[in-house]
Design a protein around this ligand. Structure first.
Ligand code: ADP
Ligand code: CIR
Length: 356
């Protein structure tokens, strides 16, 4: 039998990343039979249930398919949001109370020396929504600009290692954008079909932008999927440094802006997979043998980890390198989420090293 090694590997990499099982999306799964009874409900921003599930309707391959075009959706449409939240984050939504505690970054574990070459880079981000505004699809040019202006004002307080510059997306050349995307600093250019269907790219690229510190370790995205994504990133595996910088950045920005916070659901975001802490802590890690064994996906699932490709969500792995992060974002504190991601990565690396 002639085996095309390259094709086989590419297939296994795709399998390892496959979140779409050919089954229905969570939005489909939890739409009740008497859905017509609550079709007439709307939020104060005029959002209806149909707006929330638009991405699922247009994309049968959605894994979740649900978005909140404004913060009220989480309480206005509990019939759909609550079961989806329970299912994705594996929490009892009725007794749920959001936990918010950054803890002490120095208490995070270190990766063992023997794994030093396996971890290429580390990144932690949080998603946030500014108080007083709906999410992306319900914004207009003025309100999107107001969000940008409030954020740009807050960047004045970023000093020392966080000191940097803000760039309007529309003022960057295509080459500059491409370079920033390739080097993992910038969001992709309006090419997520799920987000597109949900209305996330209205008036793109107007009033979108990126703040980057001069050291290229601290980034803030404005008006992409969420109003705000605050990101700390660096080469190597020093997750303590990455986390400490993120916490410092968030605290500094919060001196001037107020983010939407809900007693039960924590920080509210456009996608219900991000609510709570809004935190995704990831490493780019070499796991070629585990991927080839076909066990990576299942192992990640059992460790509450999510594998992505090297260029983020819906991208492919390259050279056996994966972006592995915490899958759930609510029910645990920020510290606990980063900590359990580190422990999960250790388990994956133990398995990788045990394979010959
Ligand atoms: P998000 O983290 O906001 O959900 P994506 O999955 O789209 O978004 O990833 C955004 C960018 O961050 C992509 O370029 C991705 O490759 C990059 N990235 C994620 N984790 C890491 C990491 N540990 N090291 C370097 N780049 C990373
Ligand atoms: C989907 O439903 O497939 C997209 N809206 C992406 C869902 C969020 N991704 C994730 O698994 N964290």
């Amino acid at each position: 039998v002639i085996v095309n090694k390259k094709k086989t590997q590419s297939f296994l990499n795709k399998q390892a990343l496959r979140t779409k099982t050919g089954k229905e999306s969570m939005a489909q799964k939890y739409l009740p039979k008497d859905v017509w009874l609550w079709l007439q409900k709307t939020t104060k921003y005029g959002t209806s249930l149909v707006d929330c599930v638009k991405s699922a309707v247009e994309n049968p391959s959605s894994s979740v398919g649900l978005y909140a075009p404004d913060p009220e959706c989480y309480d206005t449409f509990p019939e759909i949001f609550w079961p989806v939240i329970s299912d994705y984050h594996k929490v009892d939504v009725y007794s749920l109370k959001s936990v918010h505690d950054f803890g002490d970054p120095n208490e995070l574990p270190d990766f063992e020396e023997k794994y030093a070459d396996s971890i290429i880079s580390s990144r932690i981000r949080v998603g946030r929504t500014l108080e007083g505004f709906p999410m992306g699809p319900k914004l207009n040019r003025d309100t999107r600009e107001q969000i940008k202006d409030e954020m740009v004002e807050s960047f004045r307080n970023l000093q020392g290692e966080l000191y940097g510059d803000f760039f309007e997306l529309s003022e960057l050349s295509y080459q500059e954008r491409d370079h920033l995307i390739e080097t993992h600093y910038l969001f992709t250019d309006a090419d997520d079909k799920y987000l597109n269907s949900a209305g996330g790219y209205t008036d793109w690229p107007l009033n979108r932008g990126i703040f980057i510190n001069r050291k290229r370790t601290f980034v803030v995205w404005i008006n992409e999927e969420d109003h705000v994504r605050i990101i700390s990133i660096q080469k190597g595996n020093n997750i303590k440094q990455v986390y400490a910088r993120l916490v410092k950045g968030i605290n500094t920005i919060e001196q001037t802006v107020k983010f939407v916070h809900h007693d039960k659901f924590g920080y509210l975001t456009f996608c219900p997979t991000n609510i709570g802490t809004g935190l995704r802590a990831s490493v780019h890690v070499k796991l070629p043998k585990l991927a080839a064994s076909g066990r990576l996906r299942e192992l990640c699932e059992s460790l509450d980890l999510q594998p992505r490709g090297v260029h983020g969500e819906n991208s492919e792995s390259e050279g056996g390198i994966f972006d592995i992060s915490n899958k759930v974002r609510i029910g645990k504190s920020e510290f606990d989420l980063v900590n359990s991601m580190c422990l999960g990565i250790k388990t994956l690396l133990d398995e990788e090293f045990a394979l010959q």
